[in-house]
Design a protein around this ligand. Sequence first.
Ligand SMILES: Nc1nc2c(ncn2[C@@H]2O[C@H](COP(=O)(O)OP(=O)(O)O)[C@@H](O)[C@H]2O)c(=O)[nH]1
Ligand SMILES: [Mg+2]
Length: 201
Amino acid sequence: MKITSAEFVTSAPGIKLCPEGQEYPEIGFSGRSNVGKSSLINKLVNRKNLARTSKTPGRTQLLNYFLINNAFYIVDFPGYGYAKVPQNIRASWGKMVEGYLKNRKELCGVVLLLDIRHKPTGQDEQMFKWLQHYNIPTLLVATKADKLSRSQQIKQEKVIRTTLGLDEEKILLFSSMTGQGKDELLELLGEIVKPGVMISQ
Ligand SMILES: Nc1nc2c(ncn2[C@@H]2O[C@H](COP(=O)(O)OP(=O)(O)O)[C@@H](O)[C@H]2O)c(=O)[nH]1
Ligand SMILES: [Mg+2]
C-alpha cells in the first residue's frame, strides 16, 4: 500500500465522540509512552510532524484520528505507563481504551508497539489480553530496532515472545530512524483495511 494523503481529523476523549456516520475502517496504534508511536506513524505517512513526538507524554487521554488516503483512519491511542500520570487518569485510560476496543465496530485491527529493548510491562500484557479477548486482529511491532545488534534483537524477540505467551505470531521489527519494516508494515495494514474485512459486532 502507498500512502498518498494523511490529515488530522479530530481528537476524541472516548468512543462517544469518535467520528460517526462514515464508512471508514480504523486501525488503532497502541503502546506505552515513549515506545516510538508518533515517530512510527510519522514515518509511515512520510510526514515529519503529523503525529506529534511529544515532550510531555501521557497528559492527554485522547484518541487521535488521522484520515489516510481518504480511505481509512489511523487512530493514535493515548500512550500508557507514564509514571507521572495520576492514578485517576490511568483508571480512565483503561475504561476508555477497553470501551473502544469492545464497542467500536469500525475497528479492524490494532498495531501494538513494544520497545525491542525492554521486556513487555504489565500494561503491555493487559493490552494484549484485551486484544485477544475482543478478537481484534493484532500486529506486534518491535520498535527502535536500530538500537540493537542482530543478535540482541533475536534475544529480545524471545523475551517478548515468552512474556506475552506467543506461538506463531509475527513480531515485525521496525525502526523509524532507518525505515526498517516500513514497507512490510504498510503491506500488512493494507490487508487489514481491505474492504470486506470490517468486523461488525
Ligand atoms: N533510535 C531510535 N529512536 C527512536 C525511534 N522511534 C522513536 N525514537 C525516539 O524515542 C523517543 C520517543 O519517541 P515518540 O515517537 O515520541 O514516542 P511515543 O511517546 O510513543 O509517541 C523520541 O526521542 C524518538 O526520537 C527509532 O526507531 N529509533
Ligand atoms: Mg506520541
